[in-house]
Structure formats: structure tokens, C-alpha cells
Design a binder for this molecule. Sequence first.
Ligand code: ATP
Length: 469
Amino acid sequence: MPKILVIDDQPAVCVALTTLFELHGHEVRVAATPDEAMAAVLGDELGAVVQDMNFRQSATSGEEGMELLRRIKAVDPELPVVAMTAFTSIAGAVELIKAGASDYVPKPWDDQKLVATVGNLARLRALEQENARLLAQRGRARHRLAERHDLAGLVYASDAMHEVVSLAVKVAPADVPVLITGPNGTGKELLATIVQANSRRRDGPFVKVNAGALPDELVEAELFGAEPGAFTGATRLRAGRFEEADGGTLFLDEIGTLSLNGQKKLLRVLQTGEYQRLGSSVTRKADVRVLSATNRDLPRAIAEGSFREDLYFRLNVIELTIPALRDRPEDIAPIASHLLDRLAARAAGGERVTLGPRARHALAEHDWPGNVRELENRLTRAALVRKGETIEPHDLGLDAAARAPPAPIATGAAHAASSAPSAERLEIERALVEARGVVAKAAASLGLSRQGLYRRMDRLGIQIERKLK
Ligand SMILES: Nc1ncnc2c1ncn2[C@@H]1O[C@H](COP(=O)(O)OP(=O)(O)OP(=O)(O)O)[C@@H](O)[C@H]1O
């Protein structure tokens, strides 16, 4: 129980208050003069103070008490002080509160009220202190982690993310496969970068493959390479991704959508540590650490027969799961701020745009189906379309997102009756804006063919306005 300091020059009052607080489980310290009181405030762990306002028989103005209150508040502004006063005037009470008193009780006091008031204040202080201690502890832990490891620009404030990142840097030096799971755009590739950057292979190659985009007939050539003439059109020797990643790390993104044939080939190299180029009988050793990522529920895919269980166990020696952004709302504001810094660094004039209070509120309220990538897209869009100095909710497309669609920069009619822009729409719009409306360039940055991008634009009703050209 928190300790209470009782300050009164009358021994009878001190005895009465000591008995009262001790009866309710508090430890009590007593001071008869302002100097004794200050010695206790400076040297003891106190939960609350109950102080008289006059310390000499002749004094009645309360001046000495007011002076002591100010001295206490000057050294410990958070320490709750309850003044015991004969003041009944409103003016006196207001002055006390202004000077920092948490409350005041008249003399003679009501035992129950006094114990309740002081006890509540002391408990609140203990909670606040504990909170501050935990926050400081977490802040220190995050700081230490960032100091000792390369976090590749990943920003977070949540405990959930701290756990994931701590595990990532812990498993990084062990040469084991790591499977990174989590919804779209949560930072799986960024986390893979952290694992690689903190591994013993950090100076080796880091090769990334979108396993989901590998056409079945090219899986083998892509992963293991091909000799000239190995298949129609293979005119030159082609090194595979395992060969390129030799001595380093191979990151297989979208592993959940790798074809069954691709899974079989991958499993073999993971089991034996050996592979052959297509069209060659020479066996090569794979000195590669495999990291993989997926947003698919692999156990479910296994149950449905679309993912091999044996491959799952090979890839999933360690699993790192990144929570959806909506489940770690503390991360939204710091990531948004980081992304705005990044946008400013890339912008021609280097101007840093800020979020207006309504926009900040809208970000906190949004559900983030597209996670950090969606946040990135919305901020990029907002920085481009904003009219004022700060970003407003409608710039983000979050102006009552559920009620009406925002006016997109590249827009069409097809979606007009629909709800807020999807993450896909935002991503395409962003790519188009960055490519200044050049579809081929936007398609390349999205990893799509030009036709593929046109098809998506058609489906989403995105047309390019002249101003983008
Ligand atoms: N915590 C974070 N701090 C800073 N940037 C982040 C963070 N998380 C994600 N990002 C950024 O968001 C974008 C999307 O992240 P990333 O590509 O790593 O997600 P992903 O989960 O691999 O996406 P997908 O599921 O679509 O493959 C990237 O630009 C990345 O740098």
C-alpha cells in the first residue's frame, strides 16, 4: 500500500490521521514543519500527501501551507497533495487547485471521505508510475534492439511487433529456414530483409523470387537454371536462382501459390541440398538459406490438398507471423510519420507534408484491409492530391470511407456506386501517378504486363485523365 505523508504541527492531528490511514493499510510518515515535510518528499517513496495550511499557532492565512504546496509541486509535480483547510471560500479553494493541490478537505474532516480521497489518489499515482515504468522499459527494449541490429527501416511501437522483430533477429544467425506469414502488405518482405541483414550471410547475395508468379513450365529453369538447348528457346546458359543465391539467401515470396510441380522440385533440393540445371546431369550443391513468405493459411491449403505437408515442414522450421495493422493500432501513427518522411525525401522540393488532426483520427479509425502497403498508397496519393498544407481525410480517400467514394486522380465511372477504393485500386493509381500515366511503366513497377494492367484498369473502371499524360 502506498505511503502517506501527514504534515501538521498539531501532534493530536498527526496521531489521529496516522491511526486512520494505518487502519486502512497505509504506511504513514509524519512531519510537523515545512522543512521536515520537504525532507520526506525528497527522500521517501510517497503515494500521497495530506497537509495542513498553517504551521504556527498564530497563523490562519494559509500562506505557509500555500508556500509548502508550491515547494512540493516544484520537486514532484505528480505527487498528489490533499490540503486540509478551514477555508470555505471558493476563492481559497480555487487558489489551492491552481497551485497544484489534488483536492481539499475541511477541518474537522470526515474519516471515510478523507481515506477514500487520499487512497484513490495514491492508487492512481501508483498505476501511473507503473505505466510510465513499463513504457520506459519497452522504449528501452526497442531502442536496444534497434541499436544492436539492422532493422532495415522497419518502424513499430506495438508490443506485438516487438515480439516478432525480436524473434526475427534471434533466429537470423541460425542458418535455418524461416517462414514468414501474415496478411497482404504487412511487411513480410521487410521482415525477410531483417533476417537476412542480421544473418551470417548478410554479405552474400540476397535473391528474391515471386514463387507465385512462376509459370509451371518455367519453374525448374528459373530455380535451377538451364543449359543451352535444354528447352525450346533456351539459346544461352541460364543460371538459376539457387545458383545466384549461392553462399547467401533465397527469399521465396508467395510460396503458398507455387504450383504442385514447383513444390515437388523445391522439396527435392531442400531435402538433398543438391540440384541440377535443366539439361545437365551435373549435380550442384546448394549453399543457400531459404526464407519464404505467404499470406495463405498453409495448414488449410494442406488440408485442401493444394500444398505439400512435407514441404511445409521443411520451410517452416521457424515461423514468424506478422499481425494485421488493425491489430496493432499503435503502429499506425509512427509508420505514417516514417512514410511521410520517406515521401519528402523522394519529392522534388523535399517538402514534408503533415497530417491534419482529422486525417490522423481517420487513419486511427480505418480498418486497413491492405495493411501498411495500403497506408503507403493512401499517403502517397494524399501527398499528391492535397489542396492545403496538411493532409485531410478526403485526400486519403478516408473521408467517411464507408459512405462515399473519394474522387480518385485517375478515375472512371464503373466504380462510382461502390464504396471506398480498394487496396488494389490505390496501388494501381499510385503506380500510374508515379509513372506519370505511362501504362507500360506502371505495369512494370507492378510486375504486370501492359495488357494485364489494362485488364485490371478496365475491371476497376480506372481511366487515365489527360493531366497525367
Ligand atoms: N513496420 C513497417 N515500417 C516501415 N515500413 C513498412 C513496415 N511494414 C511494411 N512497410 C512497407 O510497406 C510496404 C509493404 O511491405 P512488404 O512488401 O514487406 O509487405 P508484404 O507483407 O511482403 O506484402 P505482400 O503480402 O503483398 O507480399 C513496403 O514498402 C514496406 O517497406
